[in-house]
Ligand binder design. Structure first.
Ligand code: 4AD
Ligand code: MG
Length: 460
């Protein structure tokens, strides 16, 4: 199979013999020819295959229903037709696997709601092929960005005993069957409930572990799955999502925002340069003008305002909100949209939130009422990044933990960072799926992850 060219490699081999493989998108027959649109997913474009009714394997062409897989050998030609750039004049057509006639992706436009019900097949459509190629390219850009800046990629655990965000959104981990304790085990432990007798959950964030490593390697980042038991059905929340979390020693809130801004711009630029065909598709069919708006974003600085300033702006807004605006409240989606789409019309970092609505690890400001937090809000989506400078003072951190009713023994390792050579440090978390929504214009988070996990969706 080494001689088989995928569509991506085909360019500029005109008049040469090529062998290609793929799945049939459509087939049209005339008396003397058949035209097959063949797609192998390596790039956006399908290849037009023209099969003369005279070729020996023509029956295979007639049997090739939509969705069937084919191997075609023929001569590559520049296509005169609109849409396709190249076509293959078939000499030999092999039918690798026929698709049953109930193949659900017959040629027509399907709603994304319908496609979610066949999430195991939707990757064969234009939209989802493009989404997952962009998702791949973005994850490559993420690693390249941090690698170029000397960050170490840290793999943090999925099973954990600590609750980073303290928001009660943990999925409990337990064993399926009672594991028989070894005979010489003296303790009576209920092995059905826990992780070998210890209470554990799926991680909501790798931040605490990243802080530990940043206090030795200075600059680290995580990029892995995280879990939140939010039983809410919104277009922006998943129970399982991927998060990117850089953490830097010797860094404050300003440095943290600078990195986040540079990071977002870097990934956007990479995607615009490396996923041109896919982005042109999104630009035309999903979010009109998204290419221009992403390009503009890379030209001017993001805004930076404090939470208190944001509340003032919302109070002065000439419109009414569902959630009344008041200092001390959490900023809701409708407020995020107003700030980014009407008030500032661009991405904005909101900083220095009230201490009472943020997590225990955020550094307390001199006013003692606010913390050195930063959320990045963007048009169309709202919150895409949450981060902060961390509390590096042992006594203040201990008081915060007491307030949040966190058990000191469970977090003794975390407190140790503050006992042995503590440093100012900061980091943030970017929801990878929200970034993909931002890049593609896709409006529902279920459509940018291969296997969405939401209430009622755990099968595929
Ligand atoms: O704001 P969050 O909860 O922050 C943290 O977890 C910090 N420990 C990060 C850090 O400082 N290292 O989550 C960070 C981001 C959000 O801004 C959002 O983009 C995404 O993660 N996110 C979700 N994405 C999809 N589904 C969910 N249920 C999400 N919850 C958060
Ligand atoms: Mg947040």
């Amino acid at each position: 199979h080494s001689a088989i060219k995928d569509c991506l490699q085909l360019k500029k081999k005109y008049d040469e013999e090529v062998t290609i493989c793929g799945w049939v998108r459509t087939r049209r027959d005339s008396k003397k020819f058949s035209f097959i649109e063949l797609n192998d997913g390596t790039c956006f474009a399908s290849i037009q295959v023209i099969a003369d009714a005279e070729i020996e394997t023509y029956q295979n062409v007639l049997d090739a229903s939509t969705g069937s897989s084919l191997q075609v050998t023929g001569i590559l030609k520049e296509s005169p037709g609109k849409g396709q750039k190249v076509e293959v004049h078939a000499q030999k057509v092999e039918l690798l696997g026929i698709a049953d006639s109930d193949y659900p992706l017959q040629k027509k436009r399907h709603s994304r709601e319908f496609l979610r019900t066949i999430a195991h097949l939707r990757t064969r459509t234009n939209t989802f092929g493009a989404v997952f190629r962009v998702r791949h390219a973005a994850s490559f850009a993420v690693n390249q960005f941090f690698n170029e800046r000397g960050f170490v990629y840290l793999h943090t655990p999925i099973i954990t005993a600590s609750d980073c965000e303290g928001a009660g959104q943990m999925f409990r981990v337990s064993t399926l069957d009672a594991l028989k304790p070894p005979l010489n085990d003296e303790k009576q432990v209920d092995y059905t409930q826990d992780f070998f007798g210890e209470e554990t959950s799926l991680t909501v964030s790798g931040q605490l572990e990243a802080e530990l490593f940043a206090s030795a390697l200075s600059k680290v980042y995580t990029f892995g799955p995280t879990f939140r038991a939010e039983n809410s059905n919104t277009p922006r929340h998943l129970a399982e999502f991927w998060m990117i979390e850089p953490e830097m020693a010797f860094c404050d809130l300003q440095g943290n925002m600078d990195l986040a801004e540079e990071f977002i711009r870097y990934v956007i630029t990479y995607i615009l340069e490396n996923c041109k065909e896919d982005m042109e598709f999104f630009n035309k069919w999903v979010e009109k003008g998204i290419i221009d708006s992403l390009q503009d974003l890379c030209k001017s600085d993001f805004e930076r305002i404090t939470y208190t300033e944001a509340i003032k702006a919302l109070e002065n807004a000439k419109k009414s909100f569902e959630y009344p605006v008041k200092w001390g409240m959490d900023i809701q989606t409708e407020h995020e949209r107003y700030l980014t789409e009407e008030y500032l019309k661009k991405p904005v970092f909101v900083t220095d939130y009230p201490r009472d609505i943020k997590a225990f690890y955020m550094r307390v400001n001199d006013d003692e009422k606010t913390v050195a937090a930063m959320d990045l809000l963007v048009p169309r989506l709202g919150e895409i990044i949450g981060g902060s400078q961390r509390e590096e003072r042992l006594d203040v951190l201990k008081k915060n933990m007491e307030k949040h009713e966190l058990d000191e023994a469970t977090y003794s390792w975390y407190l140790d960072i503050r006992r042995y050579g503590t440093t100012p440090h900061a980091g943030f978390g970017l929801g990878f799926e929200r970034l993909i929504m931002y890049l593609t214009g896709i409006e529902n988070i279920r459509d940018v992850i291969p296997f969405p996990r939401t209430p009622g969706n755990a099968k595929f």
